[in-house]
Design a protein around this ligand. Structure first.
Ligand SMILES: [Zn+2]
Length: 470
């Protein structure tokens, strides 16, 4: 029975590799498109080969229990003498399997009573170590075999009740996320959290970070449509989130924002697993990215807005507040809101520890009251949008952990919240033509998978200017 399993796995691996590198000619029709269709065919092939080989191959398996060691695993599967020494050496020194845990398994495969291969499978890993023998006690080859996997598309419709996280948790996770279909073990719940976090992060911190303030703009009744890609591991019956292909966010209060992929290969318009997405755009080819992020901290809360006069909480008299304060927990990462060069990185009076960044087009941003700076940066360092430049603190004149965020244009203070921020590079010319060709293919595939018409914003109102109600 065990050798039969091994054979099936070998063939699945071989066939799986073929499927992985093959591009389907038409868009996938359902949410499973690679394995199940071919499984019975594969089964027949495996069965007949299995009959031929059954009496020549024997597999001995051992599983580590409390107190088990690598030596015990090898002895239990009949590996002794020089083979034992060689296996230990290769597994530990060459393959780096330095510690054995409860649940790890080792399989020794014998062909006509001769050791042919050893497979060591650490529990919870995505593959196994393999050592091959060619009839002598000297191993002929050793390597790591990653677990067979394939990608699949899934269309998800979410309705927001309280938060995006909650809506993903209640309607966005696949039924076959875990082997049992339920959250039973610690591993299951880790997998579930990783899935939700991955999806939420792509949605909130990457695709829509410029368009939607996930603290203020999200309302109960908002709808989210996502076409996403998952990695399926048939060996362990598990699924992980891979990436978002396309997404739409519809506000209950009116308005919609979209993230439409631009695929690299013009000849593979179908959003299959092999399609390379260069970037996401709005329907009209405008970039999702703007020159600056909306906020310098993730999920920050505005504790004091920009104003020309306010009562200063520490000084006790009226003084203009030419910046925005975002309250966030001590130590929260602070991002550079745009690409630029660090021009200040020091303690400066009421600002406490402050970093200032000079950007293109005469802009400059400042981030005050930091508890500490990011490592490996200095004055003159080039930072990209979203790079961490420091951590939230309360240094200088401050009543609690927050970042004082300010922006200057050509030397004068401007309100970052109302400053018009030019979108980054839109699609042009032939790229835009390809993008327009790809869009209807994407939307029909998406609609078919979601079994509904995925809504689109009205034609005359497309573009980056329909976003949130602020
Ligand atoms: Zn401030």
């Amino acid at each position: 029975m065990r050798s039969r399993m091994i054979l099936i796995i070998i063939f699945l691996l071989a066939m799986g590799a073929t499927f992985l590198f093959r591009q389907p000619h038409s868009p996938p029709a359902g949410d499973t498109w690679s394995f199940r269709d071919h499984l019975s065919e594969l089964q027949n092939l495996t069965d007949s080969l299995n009959t031929i080989l059954a009496d020549t191959i024997e597999t001995r398996v051992a599983c580590v229990e409390e107190g088990g060691t690598l030596g015990w695993l090898l002895y239990s599967t009949g590996i002794e003498g020089d083979r034992y020494v060689n296996c230990c050496e290769i597994l530990i020194d060459s393959l780096g399997w330095t510690s054995v845990h409860v649940g790890d398994t080792l399989e020794a495969i014998y062909e006509r009573d001769k050791l042919a291969a050893v497979r060591a499978r650490p529990r919870n890993s995505r593959g196994y170590y393999c050592i091959e023998f060619d009839g002598t006690s000297e191993p002929s080859n050793w390597y790591w075999v990653p677990e067979e996997q394939y990608r699949r598309l899934r269309a998800v419709t979410l309705v927001v009740r309280s938060s995006v996280w909650e809506s993903i948790a209640s309607g966005g996770v696949p039924d076959d996320l875990t082997p049992s279909g339920h959250i039973v073990t610690v591993r299951d719940s880790v997998r579930e959290i990783a899935y939700i976090k991955g999806l939420e992060n792509e949605l909130a911190n990457r695709l829509f970070v410029y368009d939607i303030d996930f603290y203020y703009d999200v309302q109960p009744g908002d709808s989210v449509w996502v076409l996403l890609e998952e990695t399926r591991y048939p060996g362990s019956s598990e699924t992980t989130f891979r990436r978002i292909i396309a997404a739409k966010y519809n506000f209950a209060l009116g308005g919609m924002t979209e993230a439409i992929p631009f695929f690299h290969q013009p000849d593979s318009l179908a959003p299959d697993g092999t399609a390379v997405i260069l970037d996401h755009y709005h329907r009209d080819g405008a970039s999702l990215r703007t020159m600056f992020l909306k906020m310098p901290v993730p999920f920050g809360r505005i504790s004091s807005s920009y104003s020309d006069s306010r009562m200063h909480p520490v000084l006790g008299y009226t003084r203009a507040h030419r910046g925005i304060d975002y309250a966030a927990p001590m130590g929260t990462e602070i991002y550079a809101v745009g690409d630029g060069v660090i021009i200040t990185r020091s303690f400066s009076g009421g600002y406490g520890n402050i970093v200032r960044v000079r950007h293109a087009n005469g802009y400059e941003t400042g981030y005050g009251h930091m508890s500490s700076y990011a490592r490996h940066q200095e004055i003159g360092s080039y930072v990209r949008q979203g790079d961490v430049i420091g951590y939230v603190g309360s240094t200088g004149l401050s009543t609690g952990p927050h970042v004082h965020f300010e922006m200057k244009k050509n030397g004068s203070y401007v309100n970052p919240a109302t400053e018009i921020l030019p979108p980054a590079n839109p699609l042009l010319e032939s790229d835009l033509d390809f993008f327009r060709l790809q869009l209807p293919v994407l939307e029909s595939t998406w609609g078919r998978m979601a079994q509904m018409n995925i809504p689109a914003p009205p034609v005359e109102d497309t573009g980056s200017d329909i976003t949130s109600a602020e």
